[in-house]
Design a protein around this ligand. Sequence first.
Ligand code: SF4
Length: 616
Amino acid sequence: MELERGIINDHLFVQTVSCPLKHAFITESGLFSGKRPVYRQRNKLHLRDALAVCFENTRHTSDDIESAIDQTKNWLQDEKSAICGAVLRSENQLTRIPVLVKNGNRLTIVQVHGKLRKRTAPTILSDPAGNKSISGYLLKAAWRWYLVKKLYPHNPVDAKFYFPDKNFKSTVEGINRFKNHDQNDEVHENLIRLFNSVDATNATKNFHDKLPELIVHTAFSGLSVAGAVNLIQSEEFNQIKESVGIHDGCKGCMHRRETNEQQGCWNLHFNTGNIRHSNHHIYELIGHGNDRGSGNGIYFQEELNIPEGVNTFEKIKKTGDSVITVQQRKYLQLLKLKEKKVPSLWIKPSLNILEKLPRPLHFIDFEAATYALPMKKGSGCYDPVYFQFSCHSLHNDGTLTHTAWLDENTGSENLHGDFSDQLYAIPAIVEGTIVQYSPFEKQAINNLIREFKRCGDDFRLKNLLAIRGSGNNQKFERFFDLSKFIRIGYYNRFMEEGLSLKQILGSVMKWERSSGRNLEIFEKPSSDEMVEILRSENPYSVIQQKNTSIVDGASAMNAWLALKNGLLDVKEKEDILRILKKYCALDSFALYIIFMHLVKVFELSVKEEVILFDSI
Ligand code: SF4
């Protein structure tokens, strides 16, 4: 349910005290209820519900705010109660508390956080010093403590945080499906062991009395929560907003840059008069340590001077030898921004290895999930679960085949056994080269081999790691990490700050379009549907259904976890499974496309190193 205007809720309070300018972005942009990707949020609530099983007399409030307020009020009249999603409102201030526990007249604000914590860690939370994530939890608790105290001034109020135990190992199958086994004592015992609690009462009160500079904007630093609320509602708040300048918190702020959905904060609020590329901030320069410039009052890429020794491509080229360094990429990014000449394409000789890789070539992508509630007996919190793969195989006769597998079951079963069987069933998977875009897939195989070794069933996957050459009985590496070669040996002028698969795919497609080559990389027989998707400007968007947004590994993971946790209805399940299949297929097809692009462009030159300045 949408909240009415003028209400200050948990999200709005926390964001506003971190920067006054966020207040307008949130209240005016539909982000008012603090919505996050829907499946991630559901999995977080599922974790809360797992903890709530450990309390007595647990009940859940409705999604509807007004009903939840009434339910909370009524259930707080009981002697003992654990209210999941308790809603308290005083005037225009409102909080939804993960669990509000009542025992006699004592009220306890319970928050569940995903960070792992050892059982041997102190049971009382002391001053978090420089710890930003703990400070963030305390800030939310301080806001809730303020409202609970306002409404129940005579009750003692505590705050308790719960974290998954770092050393927990499950003794049952499928703790993530705890709702299906709510009468099972062993599941209950496991859930009690899974969570570690820490008393955060004093630390919360300290934050409530004096908001610390580490976590709030200077305008709120040193104020109490009540003082901050008064300030947000005062006439003075408008002047405060006007006095806000660029600050440290801007770096990770989602409102900073202009997007299709929003006007960027910096363009809107700060004078960017002489800056021509005002959406290119120093934080988006490739490499680390770029925010050092902000310490000197430099916030736009355009303001950075390029040293004399590297102010042309020719000079930049001389600073390296066999590889393209991050520093060279940074200077190229700056040269391009300053509209100086950069090569259309620059490829180092290391890439000529591509044609020599043993065939067939298997372009492979795995998806994995990590969650605080383990699915398997013997597993710990966040142990990875490999739930999907897609493989495009380019055979010696030039045919391209696609093999894919996704765990579609809602129950708990032999998931890794199925994953391994299906992987092994990929045609000719024990021959040729497995191309990956990160070390991840090979690491996953090693993890699975270790897991299967324990039950003596590791022999087949071992075949994926090394094979013998036909002639000289020589072992050679089966896995080829294309990202490593891109990083050291490939540049095109459409590349920006990142070298991820999706970023490289975007720049490769732009280069192909701009070169007028009519996307010749699609010549090989391939999936028509994938080709059509890739021809669009934003392939990962066009595969979505109305309410899905599976655009990266994290969103794919959360959608699949919501399925495994039993949190999807029938229609959602159908949609999610369809999109997950397309998403993973698109990743492995993208890998094939990038590879073919590199092979083709390398053919353009008889020289060892390829440097092109004009479109071909
Ligand atoms: S970009 Fe900076 S000033 Fe603007 S809303 Fe975000 S944190 Fe505040």
